[in-house]
Design a protein around this ligand. Structure first.
Ligand code: FES
Length: 159
């Protein structure tokens, strides 16, 4: 009986841990962060794979932030802010969207899978949308697996 338990335990110890993706979220202070905060105060549960970096506006997001996140081991990146027309700095999210289109072309050119980066609009009252987004993005990135291609690109760059 105890041998059976020991065998089960040793099998579980040997089994590889399921892949847990690391996701970096760059969110604007006024809408998406407030929506995420509302999810927290509403005690809504969602996957714990996301780390949030709060910025004043999505217009502040530099594409280099995204590359830096991958450089530091992120498997996926999320950018989210106020809905078009609702930016607290009037047009920051339009700038972010335009910059994203250019950056996406650059990612495709360098061979980085654009499906690793998600872009969304979430308002301060959309806590449920935030929860769904995080769960969906986490599932999608988990399905894609670890972002080993980026590490390979780094090796080529560093020679
Ligand atoms: Fe939220 Fe500009 S303040 S996107």
């Amino acid at each position: 009986m105890s041998t059976e338990n020991t065998n089960t335990e040793s099998i579980l110890k040997r089994a590889p841990a399921p892949f847990e993706p690391k996701i970096m979220a760059f969110v604007c202070n006024w809408c998406t962060y407030a929506g995420a905060d509302l999810a927290g105060t509403g005690r809504m549960e969602y996957k714990p794979n996301v780390r949030i970096i709060k910025l004043p506006c999505t217009g502040r997001i530099d594409p280099l932030f995204i590359l830096k996140a991958f450089d530091n081991g992120a498997d996926g990146v999320l950018v989210s802010g106020c809905h078009p027309g609702d930016c607290h700095y009037t047009t920051g999210n339009y700038h972010a969207r335009r910059r994203w289109i250019g950056f996406k072309n650059l990612m495709e050119f360098t061979g980085i899978d654009t499906a690793r980066v998600h872009f969304s609009w979430i308002s301060a009252s959309e806590a449920i949308k935030w929860v769904d987004l995080i769960n969906n993005v986490t599932d999608k990135i988990a399905e894609m697996g670890p972002f080993t291609e980026y590490k390979e690109l780094k090796k080529v760059k560093n020679g």
